[in-house]
Design a protein around this ligand. Sequence first.
Ligand code: NAD
Ligand code: TDX
Length: 355
Amino acid sequence: MSRRLLVTGGAGFIGTNFVHHWCQVYPDDRVVVLDALTYAGNRLNLALVEGRANFRFVHGDICDRPIIDELLSTENIDTIAHFAAESHVDRSILGPAAFVQTNVVGTFTLLEAFRQHWETKAKSSNYRFLHVSTDEVYGSLSPDDPAFSETTPYAPNSPYSASKAGSDHLVRAYYHTYKLPTIITNCSNNYGSYQFPEKLIPLMCINTLIGQSLPVYGDGQNVRDWLYVGDHCRALDVVINYGKPGETYNIGGNNEVKNIHLVELLCQMMDELATNLPVRPTKQLITFVKDRQGHDQRYAINANKIKTELGWMPSVTITEGLRLTVEWYLNHRDWWEPLLSEEYQAYYRKNYSVK
Ligand code: NAD
Ligand code: TDX
Protein backbone atom coordinates (compact mmCIF):
# COMPACT_ATOMS: atom_id res chain seq x y z
CA MET A 1 0.00 0.00 0.00
CA SER A 2 1.40 3.40 -0.84
CA ARG A 3 1.09 6.01 1.88
CA ARG A 4 0.63 9.75 2.21
CA LEU A 5 2.66 10.73 5.26
CA LEU A 6 2.74 13.82 7.40
CA VAL A 7 6.03 13.88 9.31
CA THR A 8 5.99 16.41 12.16
CA GLY A 9 9.41 17.57 13.37
CA GLY A 10 10.97 16.20 10.17
CA ALA A 11 13.74 18.83 10.23
CA GLY A 12 15.05 17.66 13.62
CA PHE A 13 17.51 14.88 14.37
CA ILE A 14 15.45 11.68 14.21
CA GLY A 15 12.84 13.18 11.88
CA THR A 16 15.52 14.00 9.30
CA ASN A 17 16.94 10.48 9.43
CA PHE A 18 13.42 9.05 9.18
CA VAL A 19 12.54 11.18 6.13
CA HIS A 20 15.77 10.10 4.41
CA HIS A 21 14.97 6.48 5.22
CA TRP A 22 11.37 6.68 4.04
CA CYS A 23 12.11 8.51 0.78
CA GLN A 24 14.77 5.95 -0.05
CA VAL A 25 12.73 2.84 0.79
CA TYR A 26 9.34 4.10 -0.45
CA PRO A 27 10.13 6.52 -3.28
CA ASP A 28 6.51 6.51 -4.50
CA ASP A 29 5.01 7.64 -1.18
CA ARG A 30 4.03 11.27 -0.59
CA VAL A 31 6.03 12.79 2.28
CA VAL A 32 4.98 16.14 3.78
CA VAL A 33 7.11 17.57 6.58
CA LEU A 34 5.58 20.03 9.05
CA ASP A 35 8.22 21.71 11.22
CA ALA A 36 8.27 24.96 13.20
CA LEU A 37 12.05 25.26 12.70
CA THR A 38 12.80 25.97 16.34
CA TYR A 39 16.47 26.20 17.32
CA ALA A 40 16.57 22.37 16.90
CA GLY A 41 15.10 22.27 13.38
CA ASN A 42 17.16 22.88 10.26
CA ARG A 43 15.63 22.88 6.81
CA LEU A 44 19.04 22.29 5.22
CA ASN A 45 18.95 18.78 6.75
CA LEU A 46 16.35 17.92 4.11
CA ALA A 47 18.32 19.21 1.12
CA LEU A 48 18.75 15.64 -0.17
CA VAL A 49 14.99 15.23 -0.68
CA GLU A 50 13.78 18.81 -1.23
CA GLY A 51 13.83 18.54 -5.02
CA ARG A 52 11.60 15.45 -5.22
CA ALA A 53 8.14 15.84 -6.76
CA ASN A 54 6.46 13.88 -3.98
CA PHE A 55 8.15 15.75 -1.12
CA ARG A 56 6.89 18.97 0.46
CA PHE A 57 8.18 21.05 3.37
CA VAL A 58 5.76 23.21 5.34
CA HIS A 59 7.01 25.70 7.93
CA GLY A 60 4.41 25.59 10.70
CA ASP A 61 3.54 24.77 14.28
CA ILE A 62 1.74 21.61 15.44
CA CYS A 63 -0.28 23.82 17.81
CA ASP A 64 -1.75 25.66 14.80
CA ARG A 65 -4.98 23.79 14.08
CA PRO A 66 -5.96 25.55 10.81
CA ILE A 67 -2.61 24.69 9.21
CA ILE A 68 -2.97 21.04 10.20
CA ASP A 69 -6.58 20.80 9.01
CA GLU A 70 -5.60 22.28 5.70
CA LEU A 71 -2.64 19.92 5.25
CA LEU A 72 -4.55 16.79 6.22
CA SER A 73 -7.30 17.48 3.72
CA THR A 74 -5.41 18.98 0.76
CA GLU A 75 -2.66 16.37 0.99
CA ASN A 76 -5.11 13.58 1.79
CA ILE A 77 -2.83 12.35 4.59
CA ASP A 78 -3.37 8.78 5.84
CA THR A 79 -0.36 8.41 8.15
CA ILE A 80 1.13 10.76 10.72
CA ALA A 81 4.64 10.12 12.03
CA HIS A 82 4.79 12.50 14.97
CA PHE A 83 8.32 13.49 15.99
CA ALA A 84 7.85 17.21 16.72
CA ALA A 85 8.75 17.98 20.32
CA GLU A 86 10.90 19.98 22.63
CA SER A 87 13.41 17.22 23.33
CA HIS A 88 16.25 18.35 25.62
CA VAL A 89 15.99 17.54 29.33
CA ASP A 90 18.34 20.36 30.42
CA ARG A 91 16.29 22.97 28.53
CA SER A 92 13.13 21.59 30.17
CA ILE A 93 14.70 22.27 33.58
CA LEU A 94 15.58 25.86 32.59
CA GLY A 95 12.21 26.57 30.90
CA PRO A 96 9.43 23.98 31.06
CA ALA A 97 6.60 26.03 29.46
CA ALA A 98 7.56 25.31 25.83
CA PHE A 99 7.58 21.58 26.66
CA VAL A 100 3.99 21.62 27.88
CA GLN A 101 2.93 23.72 24.90
CA THR A 102 4.51 21.66 22.11
CA ASN A 103 4.57 18.19 23.63
CA VAL A 104 1.15 18.20 25.30
CA VAL A 105 -0.93 20.90 23.58
CA GLY A 106 0.68 20.24 20.19
CA THR A 107 0.07 16.48 20.35
CA PHE A 108 -3.51 17.09 21.46
CA THR A 109 -4.05 19.49 18.53
CA LEU A 110 -2.72 16.91 16.06
CA LEU A 111 -4.85 14.13 17.54
CA GLU A 112 -8.04 16.20 17.33
CA ALA A 113 -7.34 17.25 13.75
CA PHE A 114 -6.47 13.71 12.68
CA ARG A 115 -9.57 12.30 14.38
CA GLN A 116 -11.81 14.69 12.50
CA HIS A 117 -10.03 13.99 9.21
CA TRP A 118 -10.23 10.20 9.75
CA GLU A 119 -13.96 10.46 10.51
CA THR A 120 -14.55 12.19 7.16
CA LYS A 121 -12.78 9.18 5.55
CA ALA A 122 -15.22 6.65 7.00
CA LYS A 123 -12.69 5.81 9.73
CA SER A 124 -10.43 4.00 7.27
CA SER A 125 -8.57 1.10 8.88
CA ASN A 126 -5.42 1.94 6.90
CA TYR A 127 -4.88 5.21 8.75
CA ARG A 128 -2.07 5.41 11.33
CA PHE A 129 -0.97 7.92 13.97
CA LEU A 130 2.54 6.95 15.11
CA HIS A 131 3.55 8.78 18.28
CA VAL A 132 7.32 8.72 18.75
CA SER A 133 8.06 8.76 22.46
CA THR A 134 10.80 8.01 24.93
CA ASP A 135 11.88 5.52 27.58
CA GLU A 136 12.18 8.45 30.02
CA VAL A 137 8.42 8.27 30.74
CA TYR A 138 9.12 5.16 32.83
CA GLY A 139 11.39 7.07 35.24
CA SER A 140 14.72 5.87 36.59
CA LEU A 141 16.11 2.39 37.30
CA SER A 142 18.47 1.23 40.04
CA PRO A 143 21.46 -0.85 38.88
CA ASP A 144 19.73 -4.19 39.49
CA ASP A 145 16.18 -3.35 38.35
CA PRO A 146 14.80 -5.20 35.31
CA ALA A 147 14.67 -3.16 32.10
CA PHE A 148 11.54 -1.13 31.20
CA SER A 149 8.84 -3.14 29.46
CA GLU A 150 5.60 -1.93 27.87
CA THR A 151 3.78 -2.60 31.16
CA THR A 152 6.19 -0.68 33.44
CA PRO A 153 4.16 2.04 35.21
CA TYR A 154 4.85 5.62 34.14
CA ALA A 155 6.98 7.64 36.58
CA PRO A 156 8.44 10.63 34.67
CA ASN A 157 10.94 12.76 36.59
CA SER A 158 11.75 15.81 34.44
CA PRO A 159 9.47 18.41 32.86
CA TYR A 160 10.52 16.90 29.51
CA SER A 161 9.57 13.33 30.40
CA ALA A 162 6.40 14.48 32.18
CA SER A 163 5.28 16.34 29.07
CA LYS A 164 6.03 13.30 26.89
CA ALA A 165 4.14 11.08 29.36
CA GLY A 166 1.17 13.47 29.14
CA SER A 167 1.22 13.23 25.35
CA ASP A 168 1.46 9.41 25.51
CA HIS A 169 -1.63 9.31 27.73
CA LEU A 170 -3.60 11.44 25.28
CA VAL A 171 -2.58 9.21 22.37
CA ARG A 172 -3.59 6.12 24.32
CA ALA A 173 -6.94 7.70 25.23
CA TYR A 174 -7.71 8.51 21.57
CA TYR A 175 -7.41 4.84 20.71
CA HIS A 176 -9.47 3.64 23.64
CA THR A 177 -12.18 6.27 23.33
CA TYR A 178 -12.48 6.84 19.58
CA LYS A 179 -10.57 3.82 18.18
CA LEU A 180 -8.34 6.23 16.29
CA PRO A 181 -5.57 3.89 14.98
CA THR A 182 -2.71 5.20 17.11
CA ILE A 183 0.53 3.43 18.04
CA ILE A 184 3.09 4.58 20.60
CA THR A 185 6.80 3.77 20.53
CA ASN A 186 9.07 4.38 23.54
CA CYS A 187 12.70 4.44 22.53
CA SER A 188 16.02 4.77 24.33
CA ASN A 189 18.78 7.35 23.63
CA ASN A 190 19.45 7.80 19.93
CA TYR A 191 22.72 8.90 18.38
CA GLY A 192 23.99 9.46 14.85
CA SER A 193 24.08 12.10 12.12
CA TYR A 194 22.23 15.46 12.37
CA GLN A 195 21.88 15.42 16.18
CA PHE A 196 21.84 18.95 17.62
CA PRO A 197 25.06 19.87 19.48
CA GLU A 198 23.40 20.15 22.93
CA LYS A 199 23.01 16.36 23.38
CA LEU A 200 25.75 14.25 25.02
CA ILE A 201 27.39 12.58 22.01
CA PRO A 202 27.47 15.52 19.55
CA LEU A 203 28.45 17.86 22.39
CA MET A 204 31.45 15.71 23.25
CA CYS A 205 32.45 15.30 19.58
CA ILE A 206 32.22 19.03 18.88
CA ASN A 207 33.91 20.12 22.10
CA THR A 208 36.91 17.89 21.39
CA LEU A 209 37.14 19.38 17.89
CA ILE A 210 37.16 22.95 19.26
CA GLY A 211 39.32 22.13 22.28
CA GLN A 212 36.66 22.91 24.88
CA SER A 213 36.17 20.99 28.15
CA LEU A 214 33.98 17.86 28.14
CA PRO A 215 31.42 18.40 30.95
CA VAL A 216 30.37 15.11 32.57
CA TYR A 217 27.51 15.54 35.04
CA GLY A 218 27.97 14.29 38.60
CA ASP A 219 30.19 11.22 38.90
CA GLY A 220 29.58 10.02 35.33
CA GLN A 221 28.09 6.75 36.61
CA ASN A 222 24.61 7.31 35.10
CA VAL A 223 23.66 4.66 32.56
CA ARG A 224 21.90 5.12 29.23
CA ASP A 225 20.89 2.58 26.57
CA TRP A 226 22.13 3.78 23.16
CA LEU A 227 20.49 3.06 19.81
CA TYR A 228 21.88 4.07 16.43
CA VAL A 229 19.33 6.36 14.76
CA GLY A 230 19.21 4.28 11.55
CA ASP A 231 18.08 1.28 13.60
CA HIS A 232 15.37 3.42 15.21
CA CYS A 233 14.10 4.50 11.78
CA ARG A 234 13.90 0.86 10.64
CA ALA A 235 11.92 0.04 13.78
CA LEU A 236 9.46 2.88 13.12
CA ASP A 237 9.05 1.70 9.53
CA VAL A 238 8.14 -1.79 10.78
CA VAL A 239 5.74 -0.37 13.38
CA ILE A 240 3.93 1.83 10.83
CA ASN A 241 3.55 -1.08 8.43
CA TYR A 242 2.93 -4.00 10.76
CA GLY A 243 2.27 -2.62 14.27
CA LYS A 244 -1.13 -3.09 15.83
CA PRO A 245 -3.25 0.00 16.57
CA GLY A 246 -3.66 0.66 20.28
CA GLU A 247 -0.32 -1.00 21.09
CA THR A 248 2.90 0.33 22.55
CA TYR A 249 6.30 -0.94 21.40
CA ASN A 250 9.53 -0.37 23.34
CA ILE A 251 12.60 0.13 21.15
CA GLY A 252 16.13 -0.22 22.54
CA GLY A 253 19.70 -0.91 21.54
CA ASN A 254 20.77 -3.51 24.13
CA ASN A 255 23.68 -1.16 24.76
CA GLU A 256 23.79 0.02 28.36
CA VAL A 257 26.82 2.20 28.94
CA LYS A 258 27.94 4.45 31.82
CA ASN A 259 28.32 8.06 30.69
CA ILE A 260 31.97 8.26 31.67
CA HIS A 261 32.81 5.12 29.68
CA LEU A 262 31.00 6.47 26.66
CA VAL A 263 32.89 9.75 26.83
CA GLU A 264 36.21 7.92 27.21
CA LEU A 265 35.39 5.76 24.19
CA LEU A 266 34.55 8.87 22.17
CA CYS A 267 37.87 10.44 23.20
CA GLN A 268 39.76 7.36 22.02
CA MET A 269 37.98 7.45 18.67
CA MET A 270 38.61 11.16 18.23
CA ASP A 271 42.31 10.71 19.01
CA GLU A 272 42.44 7.96 16.42
CA LEU A 273 40.35 9.53 13.65
CA ALA A 274 40.85 13.29 13.88
CA THR A 275 43.81 15.24 12.60
CA ASN A 276 44.47 18.80 13.83
CA LEU A 277 42.94 18.39 17.29
CA PRO A 278 43.58 21.50 19.42
CA VAL A 279 44.21 19.28 22.49
CA ARG A 280 45.53 15.73 22.37
CA PRO A 281 44.96 13.26 23.99
CA THR A 282 41.38 14.51 24.27
CA LYS A 283 40.75 12.63 27.51
CA GLN A 284 42.44 15.47 29.40
CA LEU A 285 39.45 17.69 28.48
CA ILE A 286 37.06 15.59 30.61
CA THR A 287 35.72 17.71 33.50
CA PHE A 288 33.23 16.55 36.12
CA VAL A 289 30.62 19.27 36.65
CA LYS A 290 27.67 19.77 38.99
CA ASP A 291 24.98 17.15 38.39
CA ARG A 292 21.76 17.71 36.41
CA GLN A 293 18.85 18.40 38.79
CA GLY A 294 16.79 15.22 39.28
CA HIS A 295 19.22 13.29 37.04
CA ASP A 296 17.77 9.84 36.23
CA GLN A 297 20.26 7.13 37.22
CA ARG A 298 19.67 4.46 34.62
CA TYR A 299 17.51 3.62 31.60
CA ALA A 300 17.28 0.17 30.04
CA ILE A 301 14.80 -1.19 27.54
CA ASN A 302 13.35 -4.66 27.21
CA ALA A 303 12.65 -4.80 23.46
CA ASN A 304 11.35 -8.38 23.34
CA LYS A 305 7.88 -7.41 22.18
CA ILE A 306 8.96 -5.68 18.96
CA LYS A 307 11.44 -8.50 18.33
CA THR A 308 8.97 -11.36 18.75
CA GLU A 309 5.88 -9.68 17.27
CA LEU A 310 7.40 -7.60 14.47
CA GLY A 311 10.83 -9.18 13.94
CA TRP A 312 12.87 -6.01 14.57
CA MET A 313 16.29 -6.03 16.24
CA PRO A 314 19.07 -3.45 16.35
CA SER A 315 21.81 -4.14 13.83
CA VAL A 316 24.52 -1.57 14.55
CA THR A 317 26.86 -2.16 17.51
CA ILE A 318 27.82 0.76 19.74
CA THR A 319 31.41 0.69 18.46
CA GLU A 320 30.30 0.74 14.81
CA GLY A 321 27.66 3.38 15.44
CA LEU A 322 29.94 5.67 17.42
CA ARG A 323 32.59 5.41 14.74
CA LEU A 324 30.07 6.36 12.03
CA THR A 325 28.90 9.25 14.21
CA VAL A 326 32.38 10.55 15.02
CA GLU A 327 33.26 10.40 11.32
CA TRP A 328 30.05 12.27 10.44
CA TYR A 329 30.83 15.14 12.85
CA LEU A 330 34.43 15.21 11.61
CA ASN A 331 33.25 15.52 8.01
CA HIS A 332 30.37 17.95 8.62
CA ARG A 333 31.93 20.93 10.33
CA ASP A 334 29.95 23.08 7.89
CA TRP A 335 26.74 21.61 9.38
CA TRP A 336 27.49 22.09 13.09
CA GLU A 337 29.63 25.22 13.18
CA PRO A 338 26.72 27.59 12.35
CA LEU A 339 24.65 25.93 15.10
CA LEU A 340 27.06 27.19 17.77
CA SER A 341 25.15 30.48 17.54
CA GLU A 342 24.80 33.29 20.09
CA GLU A 343 21.55 31.65 21.27
CA TYR A 344 23.40 28.33 21.75
CA GLN A 345 26.27 30.04 23.60
CA ALA A 346 23.77 31.78 25.90
CA TYR A 347 22.04 28.44 26.62
CA TYR A 348 25.42 26.79 27.19
CA ARG A 349 26.59 29.46 29.66
CA LYS A 350 23.30 29.30 31.55
CA ASN A 351 23.17 25.51 31.71
CA TYR A 352 26.78 24.83 32.56
CA SER A 353 27.29 27.75 34.94
CA VAL A 354 24.55 26.49 37.29
CA LYS A 355 25.96 22.97 37.27
P1 NAD B 1 14.93 17.36 17.98
O1 NAD B 1 14.86 18.33 19.11
O2 NAD B 1 16.22 17.13 17.29
O3 NAD B 1 13.89 17.79 16.84
C1 NAD B 1 12.60 18.25 17.14
C2 NAD B 1 12.02 18.86 15.87
O4 NAD B 1 10.67 19.28 16.17
C3 NAD B 1 12.75 20.09 15.38
O5 NAD B 1 12.91 20.04 13.98
C4 NAD B 1 11.85 21.26 15.76
O6 NAD B 1 11.95 22.38 14.91
C5 NAD B 1 10.48 20.60 15.68
N1 NAD B 1 9.48 21.25 16.52
C6 NAD B 1 9.60 21.62 17.83
N2 NAD B 1 8.46 22.22 18.24
C7 NAD B 1 7.60 22.20 17.19
C8 NAD B 1 6.27 22.65 17.02
N3 NAD B 1 5.59 23.25 18.01
N4 NAD B 1 5.67 22.46 15.81
C9 NAD B 1 6.37 21.86 14.79
N5 NAD B 1 7.63 21.43 14.90
C10 NAD B 1 8.25 21.60 16.09
O7 NAD B 1 14.33 16.01 18.56
P2 NAD B 1 14.73 14.49 18.24
O8 NAD B 1 15.86 14.12 19.11
O9 NAD B 1 14.81 14.32 16.79
O10 NAD B 1 13.43 13.74 18.80
C11 NAD B 1 12.31 13.50 17.97
C12 NAD B 1 11.24 12.81 18.78
O11 NAD B 1 11.75 11.58 19.28
C13 NAD B 1 10.79 13.59 20.02
O12 NAD B 1 9.40 13.44 20.15
C14 NAD B 1 11.52 12.93 21.17
O13 NAD B 1 10.77 13.03 22.37
C15 NAD B 1 11.58 11.50 20.68
N6 NAD B 1 12.72 10.72 21.19
C16 NAD B 1 13.99 11.19 21.08
C17 NAD B 1 15.06 10.42 21.52
C18 NAD B 1 16.49 10.90 21.39
O14 NAD B 1 17.38 10.23 21.91
N7 NAD B 1 16.77 11.99 20.71
C19 NAD B 1 14.83 9.18 22.09
C20 NAD B 1 13.50 8.71 22.20
C21 NAD B 1 12.46 9.51 21.74
O1 TDX C 1 26.89 17.84 28.92
C1 TDX C 1 26.34 16.77 29.27
N1 TDX C 1 26.95 16.00 30.21
C2 TDX C 1 26.42 14.84 30.67
O2 TDX C 1 27.00 14.18 31.55
C3 TDX C 1 25.10 16.32 28.71
C4 TDX C 1 24.40 17.11 27.65
C5 TDX C 1 24.59 15.13 29.18
N2 TDX C 1 25.20 14.42 30.14
C6 TDX C 1 24.60 13.16 30.63
C7 TDX C 1 23.14 13.26 31.03
C8 TDX C 1 22.59 11.90 30.68
O3 TDX C 1 22.83 10.99 31.74
O4 TDX C 1 24.61 12.25 29.52
C9 TDX C 1 23.40 11.47 29.47
C10 TDX C 1 22.71 11.72 28.14
O5 TDX C 1 22.27 13.06 28.15
P1 TDX C 1 21.38 13.67 26.94
O6 TDX C 1 22.12 13.51 25.66
O7 TDX C 1 20.98 15.06 27.35
O8 TDX C 1 20.17 12.66 26.89
P2 TDX C 1 19.06 12.24 27.98
O9 TDX C 1 18.90 13.26 29.02
O10 TDX C 1 19.39 10.83 28.41
O11 TDX C 1 17.75 12.24 27.04
C11 TDX C 1 17.83 11.74 25.69
O12 TDX C 1 17.31 10.45 25.58
C12 TDX C 1 15.92 10.29 25.61
C13 TDX C 1 17.15 12.66 24.68
O13 TDX C 1 17.66 13.98 24.83
C14 TDX C 1 15.68 12.66 24.82
O14 TDX C 1 15.05 13.45 23.81
C15 TDX C 1 15.21 11.24 24.69
O15 TDX C 1 13.84 11.18 24.92
